[in-house]
Design a protein around this ligand. Structure first.
Ligand code: CA
Length: 227
């Protein structure tokens, strides 16, 4: 179970090294080799963090960052800018357009992973524990509880809840949930989301507890209170 990092980097060798190292450290990764694709994937797949190269073929990393931070859907996603340049002016420019952090290449993978974790924590996403209301999920031990009582979930419901807990109150479309929970490689009908959401709702609302899953007609689902 892991956090999803979108790597926007046009140099294929660099991108593969990042992907390999992040996956070895337990992250899921998405790759984009240009700015437009990076923005598109950030919007549709809502990664937990973006690693953004400064120099891209179609637009600058600065403009990608500006776009992500100016969009209601993506502005909360932490962005770490990667640059080969150590120029102080660049650093200031990056932070001015809303980048959350800035790492100069070459960097050690250990340092980069530490920065990724620190930025996930800063954005309210502790590495191991996710909570909303009285629901708690421990990603390390795979335990979920509500008000202190353990809740048993199937693997799909666990991933679904983990995704929802990653961004409470956000409305997720069925297509976004399919991408995040089932992956983009397989075709699954959107109604499958409704089936598993029904199971998840039943499991976490056990004993007549307050319903924490909001269904938004025509839009999708959110982990949220109903009023
Ligand atoms: Ca580049």
């Amino acid at each position: 179970m892991s956090r999803c990092v979108l790597i926007i980097e046009d140099e294929a060798a660099q991108a593969q090294i990042l992907k390999y190292n992040l996956e070895s450290a337990g992250f899921d990764t998405l790759l984009a080799d240009n700015g437009a694709d990076g923005i598109g994937q950030a919007r549709s797949k809502l990664p937990d963090l973006v690693l953004l190269d400064w120099m891209l073929p179609d637009m600058s990393g600065i403009n990608v960052c500006k776009t992500l931070k100016g969009d209601e859907d993506t502005k909360a996603i932490p962005v770490i800018m990667l640059t080969a340049r150590g120029d102080e002016d660049d650093k200031v420019r990056g932070l001015t357009v809303g980048a959350d952090d800035y790492v100069v290449k070459p960097h050690s993978i250990k340092e980069l992973i530490a920065r990724i974790k620190a930025n996930l924590r800063k954005s309210g996403q502790d590495d191991d524990i996710l909570t909303f209301s009285d629901v708690t999920m421990n990603i390390e031990t795979h335990r979920v509880s509500r008000g202190g009582d353990e809740i048993k979930l199937g693997p799909t419901e666990f991933r679904l809840l983990k995704t929802l807990l990653g961004r409470p109150k956000k409305v997720w479309s069925r297509a976004q949930l399919l991408d995040r929970v089932w992956g983009t490689d397989i075709y699954v009908d959107e109604r499958t989301v409704d089936v598993h959401m029904g199971r998840l709702r039943k499991a976490i609302n056990v004993g007549g507890r307050e319903d924490l899953i909001r269904t938004i007609r025509g839009a999708g689902y959110a982990l949220d209170k109903h009023n």
